[in-house]
Design a protein. Structure first.
Length: 289
């Protein structure tokens, strides 16, 4: 297991959900570059002609980066399957040090246009799934020398214009952020650090590409590697003194003295980057009746 307050993930056990592609894949590969043992959870184990990325491909990339990989096909909406998958990873690698709740569902339709089954899916993936993963991992996290949980979820910006822009999606992601707030208090005495991390600008994640198209997203976005670097930076901080925060990726990296983020930019210029949803500095969306 990990040494006390490390600045590396060498020999740590990291679980990443939604690991077959996008941000999750990049987090897994970056952790592997530190020498981590990485448990990969996702539904996608076979190629999809419309969306690139599988668990097997991520596992291979993890090994090529210098880490160990164990991929487990898992729909985090099923708590029993999730518990079994987490236990399999812990048994294989000897424990769990870090949980990254990256898997998420994106659906920005208005209340009138969002079918009940899709709203249910948002809650199952964005709230029930992270809860099931953490509940299953908790006995192992308690034994870690520097345990961390990171939810990929936004700050709790309660401006009604933000909440009203896409109520279904926002309710799900804000509920995940409430898990951060609650868990950071519940687990403080152990200690297990619990923080949320959110991209400061649009990131070329799989969900955004599917929703908007690759060319449109890349023209305004950063590479998912910025989130991966921020995650590894965050979870190598001492758990006892770094918990209950709602960070942006920029904030984490600038806190480590990294001021030049141009290597992550996919857009043609810094001015083309689009600020992400929910951040206080982001212009509020216009509400349509």
């Amino acid at each position: 297991m990990a040494e006390s307050t490390p600045r590396t993930l060498r020999d740590c056990v990291v679980i990443v959900t939604g690991a077959s592609r996008g941000i999750g894949r990049e987090i897994a590969v970056r952790a592997a570059a530190d020498g981590a043992r990485v448990g990969l959870l996702a539904k996608t184990d076979t190629p999809n002609s419309k969306i690139a990325g599988t668990l097997g491909e991520t596992a291979q990339a993890v090994r090529e980066a210098g880490g160990q990989a164990l991929s487990v096909v898992c729909d985090i909406r099923d708590a029993d399957v999730t518990a079994s998958a987490v236990a399999e990873i812990a048994d294989a690698f000897g424990g769990i040090d870090v949980v990254i709740n990256n898997a998420g569902a994106l659906d920005l339709r208005s209340t009138q246009k969002l079918p009940p089954k899709n709203f249910r899916k948002l809650l199952e993936i964005n709230v029930e799934g992270p809860f099931a993963v953490v509940q299953s991992a908790l006995p192992y996290l308690r034994q870690s020398d520097n345990a961390h949980i990171v939810n990929v979820s936004p700050p709790l910006n309660l401006d009604p214009s933000w909440v009203g822009a896409h109520v279904g999606h926002t309710v799900g992601k804000y509920a995940e952020s409430l898990l951060t707030l609650g868990w950071s208090a519940e687990f403080a005495s152990i200690p297990i650090a619990v923080n949320s991390l959110w991209p400061a600008t649009t990131v070329a994640s799989t969900g955004m590409i599917v929703a908007m198209g690759e060319d449109t997203v890349r023209a305004q976005a950063r590479d998912p590697r910025i989130m991966a670097e921020a995650v590894v930076t965050l979870v190598t901080r001492p758990a006892a003194v770094c918990t209950g925060n709602f960070y942006s990726d920029e904030e984490v990296l600038r806190g480590e003295g990294v001021d030049d983020l141009s290597s992550y930019r996919l857009a043609a210029s810094e001015e083309d980057l689009t600020p992400n949803f929910y951040l206080p500095s982001t212009p509020l969306p216009k509400i349509r009746g």
